[in-house]
Design a protein around this ligand. Sequence first.
Ligand code: GSH
Length: 212
Amino acid sequence: MTAEAVIHGTVISTYTRIVQIACEEAGLAHRTVATAAQSPENRHPFGKVPVVDLDGLELYESVSVAQYIDNAHNSGGLQPRDPARRAVMDRWIAVANTYLFPLFERGLVMPWVMHRYSGFPLDRETIDRSLPAISRALAFCEAEIQQNGGWDLTSFDLADVFLYPMLRSVELTPQGEAGLAQCPALASWMQELHDRPSIAATRWPGEEGEQS
Ligand SMILES: N[C@@H](CCC(=O)N[C@@H](CS)C(=O)NCC(=O)O)C(=O)O
């Protein structure tokens, strides 16, 4: 029987998309079952999405899920074997998950999502308060790339899988678009990935029509 990943997650979700991209890169069939993080159907023990059913396993935590998909269905093609390159990839995945996502999500992306998709007034106070830290984080990524301390731009690996959706969701806000316009190396990396098949196949609904 052909394997299929069943991804339980919200439709506009960074981490759901990360898992979708990993599936696409592996050529693994997948479908997403709309599941709200805080719903009783969600099986994540800490109320996050996604939870993934694959190969008879219940998987959660996107690093573990993406690595499993890549190891079991893609011969580890998105994970460098060289220990030094591996350390760089792991560092950037950790930076993305620990620092970038919480900053971007709470301070900028969620206020816009709540405004655009749920009709709430735009929470400008949260955005204004968060923008200096977000700008510093973008500037840090830009400087690291420019000084060769960034993730490996010469090949596509799991660092790209995690970082792209996080930065793309920032770019889809007016403030994020303005911030990224000041970061030429980051913007050109994003532009390069924009039409990669796994990225194109997992675009969020309305993504191309949004501010960008
Ligand atoms: N550590 C989790 C993080 C997942 C996560 O934060 N997902 C977001 C959606 S992109 C979520 O569930 N947010 C809902 C909430 O925090 O209530 C993972 O790696 O999968």
